[in-house]
Design a protein around this ligand. Structure first.
Ligand code: FES
Length: 87
């Protein structure tokens, strides 16, 4: 499990195993635009302020993955205990 921190409000959200970040956000009343939910369309792209994403999408390039400043929260996870998202 890891946590997502909403930068604008400071809210901390638990993301349990088997639950996507977008699902965890939704459960907490935070809806972000989603479409494919499989990591290829780019609709859910979100800026990462802190933390290291576990990239599982096919939308971002390897260079963008290495930069760790963007995430596709419909399918990707986190390598760090907490991801701070620009939401
Ligand atoms: Fe398509 Fe996330 S909804 S990449």
């Amino acid at each position: 499990m890891f946590q997502v921190k909403i930068a604008s409000s400071g809210q901390m959200i638990d993301v349990p195993p088997g639950v996507s970040i977008t699902e965890a956000l939704e459960m907490n009343g935070i809806d972000i635009p989603i479409s494919c939910e499989e990591g290829w369309c780019g609709t859910c792209m979100t800026r990462v302020i802190d933390g290291v994403p576990d990239h599982r999408d096919t939308f971002l390039s390897p260079q963008e993955h290495a930069r760790n400043s963007l995430i596709m929260p419909c399918c990707s996870g986190s390598r760090s205990d907490c991801l701070v998202l620009d939401l």
